[in-house]
Write a protein of this length. Structure first.
Length: 95
């Protein structure tokens, strides 16, 4: 399920995350889609990590979805031909 976030939503999420100290190491960055997908390696990511991908509305990246694995996560676009740059931030829910 894709969720559209405006800048105020993002601000509230980041403020909450910073209060609870759950941003994972190297958990903010960008990557470039190739054929609608990109895999990002990060040893701190696990299956309970929440990943929030985003792109500039002017780019035709389609709807973005992120799936966390063990040590990496994959961002996939609904447009299999997308090749734009995407940003992301990752948080670990409190125990």
């Amino acid at each position: 399920m894709a969720v559209d976030l405006d800048s105020q939503d993002l601000y509230r999420i980041l403020a909450h995350v910073l209060r609870n100290h759950v941003i994972i190491p190297k958990g903010i960055g960008s990557a470039t889609l190739s054929s609608g997908t990109v895999t990002v390696t990060n040893e701190a990511v696990n299956t309970s990590t929440l990943i929030f991908p985003a792109s500039n509305a002017a780019l035709a990246t389609g709807a973005l979805r992120a799936v966390a694995g063990s040590g990496s996560f994959t961002i996939t676009s609904s447009d299999a031909g997308a090749s734009g740059k995407v940003a992301y931030f990752c948080i670990q829910p409190p125990p």
